[in-house]
Structures are given as C-alpha cells and as structure tokens.
Design a protein around this ligand. Structure first.
Ligand SMILES: Cc1cc2nc3c(=O)[nH]c(=O)nc-3n(C[C@H](O)[C@H](O)[C@H](O)COP(=O)(O)OP(=O)(O)OC[C@H]3O[C@@H](n4cnc5c(N)ncnc54)[C@H](O)[C@@H]3O)c2cc1C
Length: 275
C-alpha cells in the first residue's frame, strides 16, 4: 500500500502506521477542565434523571425523577444512548452498545509514549495504569465489570503485541455507547413531528423536492447524541455545529455534512420507505 500523506501526518513502518501528531486524553480530566473553564457560566447538577420534557410559556421545561423542574429557552438533549428514551423522541434510532475497558498496572513490562490502536487500543500509563480497550456488545446495558471482557481485551492486544508479558487487569470500567442505526452522530434541531408527518409522509411517491415546504422544528430544541465509539473526536465539532444553529450563525461544516447528521433523517427515511 502506498501512503499518500505528508510525513508529519502519517508514516508507514514495521507493518503499522505512525501518526506523529496523535495523542490521547483522559475524559474525566477533560470534563473537569471544561467545567473549570466554564466557571460561573456552567451549573452542574448531578443525579438528576430527566424524565419529561414539555413546552411551557415559550420555554422548555425538564422534570427530573426527584421532582425538580428547570426551564430554559434553548434545550440541548445530550444524554447518549438514552436520547430516544425521552418521551417524544422515541423515533431517534439510537441504541446502546456496551463496552468495557481494562486497567493494567503500569510497570517495567511496558514503556509506552503513544497510544497503540488496532481492533482495540492501549494507552500510555496515566495515574499508575494503562487503559486497554474496548469490548463491543450490542443491545447490552449492564454496567457490571466482567472477567471475560478483560480476557477479550487482552486477547485483542495479544494479536498485535504477542510478546508482551501483560499483567492481570486491576480494574476497569463499563459504559454504554449511543450508536445510531447509520453509525453517524445525531446532531441538530429536533423536527416538529406533526409538521413532518403532515407534509412529508408521501415522500415515497417520488414527487419533486421543491414541491415540499421548508421543514419546521421545535423552537429551541436540539439533540447532540449517537456519538458511538468516537465521541471524543466528534463531540467538539458537534458542539460547534449546534452553537452555530442555536445562534443562527454560518455553519462551521458543509451543509451536506450537517444534513448527514440531521436528526430528521430517521423520519425522512421512514417516509421514503414506508413499511
Ligand atoms: C468502553 C468505551 C470506550 C470508549 N473509548 C473511546 C475512545 O477511545 N475514543 C472516543 O472518542 N470515544 C470512546 N468511547 C465513546 C465515548 O465515550 C462516547 O462517544 C461519548 O461518551 C459520547 O458522549 P455523550 O456526552 O454523547 O454521551 P455519554 O458520555 O453517554 O453521556 C450521556 C450522559 O447523559 C446522562 N443521562 C442519560 N439519560 C439521562 C436523563 N434522562 N437525565 C439526565 N441525564 C441523563 C448519562 O448518565 C450520561 O452521563 C468509548 C465508549 C465506551 C463505552
């Protein structure tokens, strides 16, 4: 294979690709840093499970399981695989894919300065441990750590670094990815469902696109979810896109890309191919 990329982007060596600019980050540290940067502009409310969204007095109201209510003129639904569980958003085709990472104790067995990526990944040591990831189990929502998943992560590593004397995992973390049916993130304004149903339901008849009215949306309601396995890469771009949409500013990405991410695509596909 001939690599047609500048050397500062990627080089080929010993059967692998090297990305000199590649890096890694700790999601927990990133979130902490973002909160600190946000300062007084951000209020974090933990353990507040939102069970209902409603529109009252030109504002969005969210209700939580512990009986609290919050209101805002703009609401961005960003709750991962659970976005389609909110009443009114069930048509978002996002489902859960369980994943487990394993923590391997740092030590003489490995001196790593860059991440190694293959079917899984192994990261340089951070706070005394290497992170080894990750398993995939579609439609599984258990957060229990499993020994067999640690073994699976180790086996994947052994296929690319068979001579490593890998110690046992000392812990790990299981979580659920939100994956859309077409594997693209779901980012943008939330359609006015009634308007869509009333005006686009006959899309399967093949009429000219220009004969349809411009889409209408729920005012101030956006979704940013379905980031699958790559949220650390796609979330910052998506946040910029939504910020531009909220503020009616020029989009930071091409319109065609924004269309691919658009939440309304699931409805449009249904109208084009009714069951
Ligand atoms: C094992 C594993 C390894 C991964 N490795 C990588 C990697 O190497 N690189 C990478 O880029 N990505 C990786 N990912 C994917 C990455 O974690 C996700 O893409 C990213 O977390 C998506 O961010 P999010 O904010 O959209 O969703 P989430 O991180 O899932 O956050 C959603 C939040 O919403 C909360 N929530 C849900 N429902 C409600 C509700 N009703 N009310 C209130 N809060 C609610 C949840 O508790 C959660 O805190 C990995 C994922 C897993 C599981």
């Amino acid at each position: 294979m001939q690599l047609r990329l500048p050397a500062e982007i990627a080089t080929q060596a010993e059967g692998c690709l090297r990305y000199p600019l590649a890096g890694w980050l700790s999601p927990r540290d990133l979130c902490q840093a973002l909160l600190e940067e946000g300062g007084e502009r951000v209020t974090l409310r933990c353990n507040a499970q939102v069970s209902r969204l409603s529109r009252l007095d030109h504002q969005w109201q969210v209700e939580t399981d512990n009986g609290k209510q919050y209101r805002a003129s703009t609401l961005i639904v960003a709750n991962g695989y659970q976005a389609s569980r909110l009443p009114g958003l069930e048509w978002l085709e996002i489902s859960g894919v369980r994943g487990q990472i394993s923590y391997l104790p740092a030590g003489d067995w490995l001196q790593l300065t860059r991440p190694v990526c293959y079917q899984g990944y192994l990261l340089p040591a951070h706070k005394g441990a290497h992170c080894l990831g990750a398993t995939y189990d579609r439609d599984e929502l258990s957060l229990n750590l499993r020994g067999q998943d640690h073994s699976q992560n180790r086996q994947a590593l052994a296929t690319v670094m068979p001579n490593l004397n890998v110690p046992d995992a000392t812990g790990g973390r299981a979580a659920i990815r939100g994956s859309s049916i077409d594997h693209m993130p779901v980012v943008g304004p939330v359609p006015d469902r009634d308007f869509y149903d009333n005006h686009y339901a006959d899309l399967h008849k093949g009429k000219r696109e220009s004969s349809y009215p411009v889409a209408q949306y729920q005012p101030g309601l956006f979704v940013n979810a379905g980031h699958g396995s790559r949220g650390l890469v796609t979330c910052p771009y998506s946040a910029q896109l939504i910020a531009a949409q909220v503020n009616n500013e020029p989009l930071p990405i091409e319109q065609s890309m924004s269309d691919l991410l658009h939440p309304g695509r699931f409805l449009i596909r249904r109208y084009k191919r009714p069951e």
